[in-house]
Design a binder for this molecule. Sequence first.
Ligand code: TYD
Length: 213
Amino acid sequence: MTGKFISFEGPDGAGKTSVMAQIQADLEQQLGKARVMYTREPGGNHISEQIRRVLFDNQNTDMDGRTEALLFAAARRQHIVSEIIPGLKRNQVILCDRYVDSSIAYQGAGRHLGEQEIWQINQFAIDGLLPDLTIYLDVESELGLRRIAEHRSDQVNRLDKEQLSFHRTVRKSYLRLQQESPERIKLIDAGQPLDKVINDVKQTIHTKFPDLF
Ligand code: TYD
């Protein structure tokens, strides 16, 4: 497998969508569309998109936490097999909107299921496949929530409705993950203006992969 696997992580409201759109556009400019793949979790293929609909259905408020965690892991497994591995074999640069760190931060810490337990079920799902590089967009919880309220009030989903304390717990878990794996996970200050954040992300990608940007 010769491609590059880059995941993007962050608490809700970190600006991940805007940052990724610009990174994708600029990479496509440099490498051509065929060399770049944008994909997201949960989703990215027809089976995982069906699982996504179950996860984010506003009527499923009674979903058990472990059920939720297993569904995220199942969607991830299918995504790896259907999209990520074929993309790496085609030598593509894969920009993946969330991956295993999201499950550890949201289900493990946020939903109190245990970061270690969530890591265990995900080891079965990912079978050793970790990103070459993870861009962690870090934002203060208050600012993240304010951004969601301002820009996406029409798209609030079941998970976005969580309390400030949930967001804080998720962020703390991300920060711990970053400290534990500083080689793979790079922290970007996403409280800065968008163009600064994008610049920092490009710099970080370039440092890891000198032929990009
Ligand atoms: P999405 O609509 O993709 O929003 P975002 O732009 O914030 O990524 O929703 C993703 C939501 O799913 C987000 O609240 C985080 C959550 N999530 C988990 O809880 N666990 C996971 O493993 C993944 C991949 C996502």
